[in-house]
Design a protein around this ligand. Structure first.
Ligand code: AMP
Ligand code: GLY
Length: 437
């Protein structure tokens, strides 16, 4: 039987999910709501006639459910966190639509940093020491009492912007002030988590979960800062590579045992079993091993664009099994070698960006023409304007290449990028170059 899939979202992560799902011989049709030009173009290329774009937006919960019913889909897959926090999973369950993703209650692992920290403390999961505050004076007293630097985090969702990694007590107190008094993040910053600043290298680990069991995907590393050498302000992610050279089999097993297993068990014990994709942002510390920086309740962006191209088997059965609570107890196959995804950003990103610039270098299928078969262009902030492909957001494209090794993957990705341009385009030249300390 062929499956019909509704994919919610419009970024590079969703393009990667669509690209991978449409490779499945089991996938008859994919409806993207709202999707993007890159996803649409899959229906003119590799997935001829098997893609539809809907105008329904990712935040229109009731309309998404109605669309899923009308299109008789067999599975709904949600990319971004906001619809999950708005209860899309619960609404789909009520309408008897099979859903890959957490319930509103389980999405709280990303939606409230205090909830995540409290649960980790209870479950004995290694994470930075912390306190939660809504009072300026108490928060400042906590900062003064810390032996080292702290990180100040708005409790709620802030589209990745609510975190200040402070290098002095003054800077930390300023952050407290801007969140609690000036309310720069509105309600999301009405409560803060202040935690010890950890030192180490960050890796992203993602797991498919079915409520009680989980299966780790291969590791990845994001590159959050806008400039080479991890300098400049943080972004949503300027590139990723997978696997991380730091995560060998023994470390992955230890991360599964000490971090993911207790978290999945604690969520179930708390009456909010986690189904869907659980993303752990981890710090590999020298003396205390891997520790949790944050949890996300959805696929990482741009990690997904580097991880899925290395998955050596069909993704669709895994999502169906996770959504049905029947995840098999084995690991997926991974292709040898490495994948690198480099994000191409619009002028001004991560600040105020300019949109509407014509993108040159891509064919009508949204890809590089005469490609090498190992390079794929994932669309994030693009749109069609009277037939032309133009920029429409901060992160515009992600160019992913597979290679036998880092050099090969990087040279393919950057060779592809050399053929793409628009006014103000910028990207990091050092994705994947952190080495092995
Ligand atoms: P988040 O939005 O929670 O991913 O945080 C953004 C970035 O802040 C992370 O990717 C880390 O680089 C940094 N960060 C967050 N928490 C800590 C911490 N406890 N110690 C050091 N760095 C942190
Ligand atoms: N790349 C980080 C995230 O998806 O949150």
């Amino acid at each position: 039987m062929g499956y019909r899939v509704l994919l919610v979202g419009s970024g590079g992560r969703e393009h990667a999910l669509a690209w991978k799902l449409l490779q499945s011989p089991l996938c008859d049709h994919l409806i993207a709501a709202p999707g993007n030009p890159g996803i649409e173009a899959l229906g003119r290329g590799m997935a001829e006639g098997r893609v539809t774009l809907s105008k329904v937006g990712a935040d229109a919960t009731a309309k998404l459910v109605a669309l899923g019913k009308a299109e008789k889909v067999d599975l709904v897959v949600c990319g971004p966190e906001v619809p999950l926090m708005a209860g899309l999973g619960d609404a789909c369950a009520e309408a008897r639509l099979r859903f890959f993703g957490p319930s509103r209650a389980a999405a709280e692992i990303e939606g409230s940093k205090k909830f995540a920290k409290d649960l980790m403390r209870k479950a004995g999961i290694p994470t930075a020491a912390y306190g939660a505050f809504s009072d300026v004076a108490i928060a400042e007293a906590f900062i003064d009492a810390q032996p080292g630097n702290v990180v100040v985090k708005a409790d709620g969702l802030c589209a990745g912007k609510g975190v200040v990694v402070a290098s002095s007590r003054e800077e930390a107190k300023q952050a407290v002030h801007s969140m609690l008094v000036d309310k720069v993040f509105g309600d999301a910053g009405a409560r803060l988590v202040i935690e010890e600043r950890l030192v180490g290298r960050e890796v992203s680990m993602m797991a498919l979960c079915d409520g009680t069991r989980f299966v780790l995907l291969d590791s990845a590393e994001d590159h959050k800062a806008v400039l080479d050498g991890d300098r400049g302000p943080n972004t949503g992610g300027m590139g990723a590579y997978s696997p991380s050279p730091l995560v060998d089999k023994a470390l992955a097993e230890s991360i599964a045992r000490t971090i993911f297993a207790p978290l999945v068990a604690a969520m179930a014990d708390d009456g909010r079993p986690f189904r869907g994709l659980l993303y752990g942002g981890l710090m590999l510390t020298k003396d205390r091993g891997p520790m949790v920086i944050e949890w996300n309740c959805r696929f990482g962006d741009p990690e997904t664009q580097a991880v899925l191209p290395r998955m050596g088997e069909d993704l669709l059965p895994w999502l169906l099994d996770a959504a049905s609570g029947q995840l098999p107890l084995r690991s997926p196959d991974w292709l040898p070698g490495l994948a690198v995804c480099v994000v191409l950003a619009a002028e001004g990103y991560p600040g105020k960006v300019r949109s509407g610039d014509a993108i040159s270098g891509l064919g009508g299928d949204g890809q590089l023409s005469g490609g090498d078969g190992e390079t794929v262009v994932f669309h994030a902030g693009t749109k069609r304007d009277r037939g032309r492909l133009v920029t429409n957001g901060g992160r515009v494209l992600g160019v992913t290449a597979n290679g036998a090794n880092l050099e090969e993957a990087r040279s393919r990705a950057y060779a592809g990028i050399g053929r793409i341009t628009w006014p103000g385009m910028h990207f990091r030249k050092d994705i994947g170059m952190r080495g092995t300390p």
